[in-house]
Design a protein around this ligand. Sequence first.
Ligand SMILES: [Zn+2]
Length: 446
Amino acid sequence: MSKLSDRAEHYRSEMQEALDYIWKHPETGYQEWQTHAYLADAFRKLGYELVEAGDIPGFYTDLDTGRPGPCLLIMGELDALNCPNHPDNTNGKAHACGHCAQTTALLGVAGALKEEGALDGLSGKIRLMAVPAEELIEIAWRDEIRKEGKIHYFGGKPEFMRRGMMDGVDMAMMIHTTSNKPEHYGGISKGSNGMVAFTAAFEGVASHAGGSPDKGVNALYAANQALSAINAIRETFRDSDHIRVHPIIDIGGNSVNIIPDKVVIESYVRGATMEAILDANRKVDRAMAGAAASIGAKLSISTRPGYYIRLNDTGMALAMKEAMEEILETVHYDMDEWGTGCSDIGDLGAVMPTVHPHISGAVGHGHGDDYYITSFESACMDSAKVQLVFTELLLGNEAARAKEIVANYKPDFATMQDYFDFMDGLISDKEAVRYNEDGTVTLDFA
Ligand SMILES: [Zn+2]
């Protein structure tokens, strides 16, 4: 009987087809219906029964070894990015973060685990999951569907947590591609930033831009002042907190001969601890409020929970290192290394042990218009094999290693509900600048 990891080879052609299809059908978060349908069909062909999220894309399926032990969750992300300048874009979207390789690898893992005898020697359960909306984008639209009650969280993983789709899971993993590394390369680091997201709407007064600008209040200049004010506080961010603030302007005015009366800035505040994020976020709000007040514009700020800090569990990271060393040629393991991007696997990590390593097979800038999956072998086949070896390491030997990892894990929140309460506490909508009848101005940035 062949090794479990070698069984992924039996699904080479299905995986190649999947990569090709998903690459050519990029869809952004909570709208990945074509990708969902393709994968759901492929899973069903393998004999899986699926639990679908239903009104949003995504599904999971459970494999039960019939022997007691923890449940290991293995995920693949469905979503792509808005990348209209990517030469290979479809409707302005592209897989410029390589999530198409994750779901392809997941299909190989699913095939291998469904084979006769594949679960022999394993204990516990395995949940395979296609999860939507990792990229926290299109914030205004997501806030709309949040208000409609369709979703509660912007990230697919916390949304699946809220829907109970992570219930029964004890530990979670996924492998993300990384670019411009040699073939058959894997990397494991300490973790990466968390974040909050906000939209700031500057409101001025429209007026004829040539004839009567004196009667207007220019919301674009208010936003411009706000961006300068944010830049002026960057030196107060401590290096060790890894703060990142990177605003964009969604709406910059309507007509060139009208003083802009509404301009919207959208941004994240990222950082290495929630404390640092909230401190920086308060400073950013204060800077924007002061800037708006300086020219008499109004400002409303909507803050939303983004993603929790992502920390790789040490026990899982060590098992991942072993699994990578069995399959790959180069493994970079550095538990001091910190990433300044974010992922919502961090939210799962707040309540259970997780690991989120990287594997080669892509070129270009992550999220850039030169990003391509160039090596199916590394990004998909190696990834599937590493995940299978990892599964054996954790769930073999009566799941001794998985049990040890679960026993040693110290969550930031005792229950998922505690985590939800914390994240929900970050939701705020405030009128940040109020003009009082007595001529004074009140700033609200707390
Ligand atoms: Zn990504």
